[in-house]
Design a protein around this ligand. Structure first.
Ligand SMILES: [Zn+2]
Length: 106
């Protein structure tokens, strides 16, 4: 109805931020997506804080938070690692014992 093609998967955080910078007006559909992303960020932050100082991997974040798309967990952990007291590094996940990219609250 609004002429905007529906995407098969949610936008990633980097795409959202990039787009938000370019667009001074925020269409309602974008606000909904940003709201969803912010909610996921918040949930991932809480989850990471609960496990702190143990590291957790993206797949476990996606699974525990019931995210549709593991890329969302990955985007969220990238975002948190930058500026929310989290660090992202290659290590062993506390939950699944797999070696890979994990996130940990300082
Ligand atoms: Zn894991």
């Amino acid at each position: 109805m609004d002429g905007i093609a529906r995407r098969s998967r949610p936008l990633g955080l980097s795409e959202i931020q990039h787009f938000s910078c370019l667009s001074p007006r925020r269409p309602a559909w974008e606000g909904r997506i940003v709201g969803q992303i912010m909610k996921i960020l918040d949930e991932v932050a809480r989850f990471g804080a609960r496990l702190a100082p143990e590291p957790v991997c993206d797949p476990c974040i996606a699974q525990k938070l019931s995210l549709d798309d593991m890329a969302l967990a990955s985007d969220a952990s990238h975002e948190l690692a930058g500026s929310h007291g989290f660090e992202r590094f290659k290590g062993v996940c506390r939950l699944c014992d797999q070696n890979g990219m994990v996130i940990r609250r300082h």
